[in-house]
Design a protein around this ligand. Structure first.
Ligand SMILES: *Cc1c(COP(=O)(O)O)cnc(C)c1O
Length: 362
């Protein structure tokens, strides 16, 4: 069995993102011999006791980490977080109702695009005017909206909602890039979804947690595969679920729980973000791209004042086995993603290189 003894790479990839080494090890072993069955996880029935245990545990862990009860159901669905852009309005937006959206970036605007295809959709706040470099605040939420859709963390522009609005309107949140990275009051949300590949597992499954009382109100004739109630009834196995990504999610959430859960990781993530933002603010060669109070602790976007120095800096971080910090094509410069599995040590290596670069530039 191959073990993970390769040269240490400091993996700042925005997604699919870094996973704990022990999770990769366990997942690779399960591909060959799962549960001592002498069979691969990939070649047994999803209805077998062995896999049902995986499904049950990965659903239960989400409720445990979010500290919610049986009024919520957890699903693992295919087709990415992008599929939820359509499934949310399809299941929640009444034929004569209104959906409210806050547009904080590329992902939010894709969600808005889908909702508009399904029904009356209002964008009640947007930060598009400033290239999404801040989080709109103090907007009014129409009290008769079927739901309000938010994106907790903007993976591409590096902003993050720090305080969620208080409202009686059901809150729906795309938490793809900061799920389980910090304490949130999950009971304030009617629906939370997250593609697994950023902070909770492998690409191919999307976690959807739904408070059941919001379902069944649209009077829409529903296609089975797009109907949350069908998936709930099927125990998230109406069709063959993405077994491997679900297994990886289970391992990742167990890793999180074993190490101290959300309160532990929140502290680590705060340390990582502080370390890097402090250097960005201190180092005269760099600057951050977003409003300070809205800075994401997961995706840190920064630029060089002199973009022409990029090749010099690139040489330095590449020598240190740093990977994945090239900025998104819409922002340029650099984006360091500090997902849960990234150790503080990796951030220190990056910060050291930034200091070294400053010295070198004299
Ligand atoms: C990556 C991302 C998505 C898209 O996820 P897919 O699984 O590729 O569909 C949606 N929302 C946010 C916030 C993301 O970061």
């Amino acid at each position: 069995m191959a073990t993970l003894t390769m040269t240490k790479v400091h993996n700042f990839s925005a997604g699919p993102g870094i996973l704990p080494a022990e999770v990769l090890q366990q997942a690779s072993e399960a591909c060959v011999n799962f549960d001592n069955l002498n069979l691969s996880l990939l070649e047994i029935s999803h209805r077998s006791k062995n896999f049902e245990k995986v499904m049950d545990e990965s659903r239960a862990l989400v409720k445990e980490l979010f500290e919610v009860g049986d009024e919520y159901e957890v699903l693992y669905l295919g087709a990415g977080a992008s599929m939820q852009f359509a499934m949310v309005p399809y299941n929640l937006l009444k034929t004569n109702g209104t959906a409210a959206y806050v547009n904080t970036g590329v992902w939010a605007s894709k969600a808005i695009k889908e909702a508009k295809m399904i029904g009356n959709t209002k964008v009640i706040a947007s930060s598009e005017d400033k290239k999404y470099n801040y989080i709109p605040k103090g907007y009014e939420i129409p009290s008769d909206a079927d739901y309000l859709h938010l994106t907790s963390n903007n993976t591409i522009y590096g902003t993050q909602i720090k305080n969620f609005p208080k409202t009686s309107v059901p809150l729906v949140c795309d938490m793809s890039s900061d799920i389980f990275s910090r304490k949130v009051n999950a009971k304030d949300f009617a629906l939370i979804y997250a593609g697994a590949q950023k902070n909770m597992g492998a690409a191919g499954s999307t976690m959807v947690m739904i408070r059941k009382d919001i379902l069944g109100k649209t009077e829409r004739k529903m296609l089975s595969m797009l109907d949350y109630q069908v998936h709930i009834k099927g125990g998230s196995m109406y069709n063959t679920p993405p077994v491997f990504p679900i297994y990886v999610t289970m391992l990742t959430l167990k890793w999180l729980k074993k190490n101290g859960g959300i309160s532990w990781i929140e502290k680590v993530n705060q340390q990582k973000a502080d370390l890097l933002y402090n250097e960005i603010d201190r180092n005269p060669l760099f600057f951050g791209t977003t409003a300070k109070e809205d800075r994401s602790f997961m995706n840190v976007c920064f630029l060089l004042h002199k973009a022409e120095l990029e090749p010099e800096f690139d040489k330095l971080w590449k020598e240190a086995n740093i990977s994945g910090i090239r900025g998104h094509r819409d922002v340029g410069g650099y984006r360091a993603s500090l997902y849960n599995a990234l150790p503080l040590e990796s951030v220190q290596v990056l910060v050291d290189r930034m200091k070294e670069f400053e010295k070198k530039m004299g």
